[in-house]
Design a protein around this ligand. Sequence first.
Ligand SMILES: [Zn+2]
Length: 252
Amino acid sequence: MNDQAMQQLIDLSCYLGAPGNNYVILGEGNTSARIDEHTFYVKASGTTLRDIDADGFVAVSISKVTAILDDESAGDEDVTRVLKEALVDPSETRRPSVEVMLHALLLRYPEYAFIGHTHPTYTNALLCSQKAEEAAMGRVCPDHVVVMAHKSVFVPYVDPGLVLAREVKTRVEAYVEEEGVLPRAIMMQNHGLIAMGDSPKAVANITDMAEKMSEVIVGAYALGGPRFMPPEHIDRIYTRPDEKYRERAITK
Ligand SMILES: [Zn+2]
């Protein structure tokens, strides 16, 4: 990874960790960036996004992390060993967060270059509610569709770590199969958001929009319930050429 890409990862991390955004507190959240086809940088365990620097990231092999997801016989007891073996530098003493499995399975898709995982306050208000799926999957205005696409991936609560990573993998694969495109956001019930993109700007935009629209939706539930856009209106915005142009312009 060149210095510019590392700087982009640091800038994205500090942005997502900025206190005023309410996307994360303390050691919450993690970010990653592709180094090349086989490896990526991910936030080291025990670091904070808001003041992270280059020392806060470790280089990890994509395939060595994802091997544990594909190996049905692997369990929680294998995770620590596999994550250690996945370090590009065997003498590395820092460890990636256990959420590195979420980053690795997404970075298997060459279209993604940056990933941002956060626990934003309003997004989690939806995701921790009785109406988590309806609230987090609905679209409420055109900008919402332009930035976050017509649909996100919804993941019900399962045990964090290996079980969650396998569930996310299954649901992302199902989305790609059904929609014919890659998702931009994953909504994990009782947990948080993952935003994926080919640039740090795309990841920041998706996170910003997810949180703003979640605040709108929370407000709408207080006033009789959200008026979600019907599928035909969502499809119209999602496929309109002028909106595609606008989408490219704001995500680069
Ligand atoms: Zn998390």
